[in-house]
Design a protein. Structure first.
Length: 298
C-alpha cells in the first residue's frame, strides 16, 4: 500500500495539538466532501485520505506508533518486540557489557560458555522470545451490487484461503481488520492481523454518494406534458411511480429509504434520488409536426 504522509494530508506540522488536528480535519473534510464534489474522483480520493489521516492522528496511541515507524506503524508491536530482542541479544541477555572476548571456547560462543558454567539459559532466552507475526494487507474489488448486500467471499491470502462475511454498506476505500489472519508468529507468538481494503467500482446507472443513490430516468415528452406512470428499476426491485402533469426537465424525485444500506445498521437505508430527463422526439412525420405547430399557436 502506498505511503501517505498524514501530516501533509491535513496540512499540519508534527507538533500539532489535538485541537489543531480537529480543526484541520473539519475544514478539509467539508471542502472535499463527495456531496460538494459530485463525480469528482480526485476529491473523493482526497476525502478518504483525510479521514484516514484523522483516524490515526486523532488517536494518541496510533499517532505515537505512526510518529515512530511511519508507513510501518501498523506493525509497531512487532517492530518493538524485534528492537527489544536486538538489545537483549547485543548484551548477551545477562547484563554483561564488557569488551568482547576473542579467544575460543571449543567452538562455543560467549553466552554458551557462561550457560555451561552456571547452568543458566539467559544468554539464549531473547532468541526464543515469542512475538507477533507480520500484519498483511489485501485489496478486494467489489461492484455496487455486491456492496449492497451482506454476503460471503473466499480470499487467498499468504497461500491460505480465508472465508469472510462482508457486511452490506461497505464504502469505497474502507478497511476492515481480521485479527489473527496475518503471518504466523515467531516462537509460538500470536499471528498478525489482516487488513482488507475495499475498492468499489463505478456503476453505469447507480451513482452512490454516502448512503444515497442517484439515477437518471427518461420519460417521453407526452408523459411529461400529460402525466402518467413509469416503472423504475432500483437496487432492491422495481417501483411504479406517478408522473405529474407538466413535469419539467431535470425535476428531482426523492424516494425515502430506497438508497444504500447503512453499514452495520439493520434495516436502515439512505434515500434514492431520481432526476427526470425528458426525451424529445426526433422522427416526427408530417402529420405529427402539423399537430405540434397547431398546438404551439393555440
Amino acid at each position: 500500500m502506498d505511503y501517505i504522509d498524514y501530516y501533509k494530508i491535513l496540512d499540519l506540522k508534527k507538533d500539532a495539538t489535538t485541537d489543531d488536528i480537529k480543526k484541520a480535519y473539519r475544514k478539509l473534510a467539508r471542502k472535499h466532501h463527495p456531496d460538494l464534489n459530485p463525480n469528482n474522483e480526485e476529491a473523493n480520493k482526497k476525502f478518504q485520505q483525510i479521514n484516514e489521516a484523522n483516524e490515526v492522528l486523532s488517536d494518541p496511541e496510533k499517532r505515537k506508533k505512526y510518529d515512530k515507524y511511519g508507513k510501518d506503524w501498523q506493525r509497531a508491536d512487532q517492530l518493538d518486540a524485534q528492537e527489544q530482542q536486538g538489545r537483549q541479544y547485543r548484551t548477551g541477555g545477562s547484563g554483561y557489557t564488557g569488551n568482547d572476548y576473542s579467544g575460543g571456547f571449543g567452538g562455543e560462543d560467549f553466552s554458551d560458555f557462561f550457560s555451561s558454567m552456571f547452568g543458566g539459559t539467559r544468554g539464549r532466552s531473547s532468541k526464543n522470545s515469542p512475538f507477533k507475526g507480520q500484519d498483511l494487507n489485501a485489496d478486494l474489488q467489489l461492484n455496487i451490487l455486491d456492496a449492497y448486500k451482506t454476503h460471503k467471499q473466499t480470499l487467498t491470502v499468504n497461500g491460505k484461503q480465508v472465508r469472510i462475511t462482508i457486511p452490506a454498506g461497505v464504502e469505497n476505500g474502507q478497511k476492515i481488520k481480521l485479527p489473527g489472519y496475518g503471518a504466523a508468529g515467531v516462537n509460538n507468538g500470536p499471528p498478525g492481523d489482516l487488513y482488507i481494503k475495499f475498492n468499489i467500482t463505478d456503476h453505469p446507472r447507480f451513482k452512490r454518494k454516502g448512503n444515497d443513490i442517484y439515477i437518471l430516468e427518461e420519460i417521453d415528452l407526452y408523459t411529461a406534458i400529460l402525466g402518467g406512470e413509469k416503472i423504475v428499476e432500483t437496487l432492491n426491485g422495481k417501483v411504479k411511480l406517478k408522473i405529474p402533469e407538466g413535469t419539467q426537465p431535470d425535476t428531482n424525485l426523492r424516494l425515502k429509504g430506497k438508497g444504500f444500506p447503512v453499514y452495520k445498521k439493520d434495516n436502515v437505508f439512505g434515500d434514492l434520488y431520481i432526476k427526470w430527463q425528458i426525451r424529445i422526439p426526433t422522427d416526427l412525420n408530417a402529420e405529427q409536426k402539423e399537430l405540434i405547430e397547431k398546438l404551439s399557436k393555440m
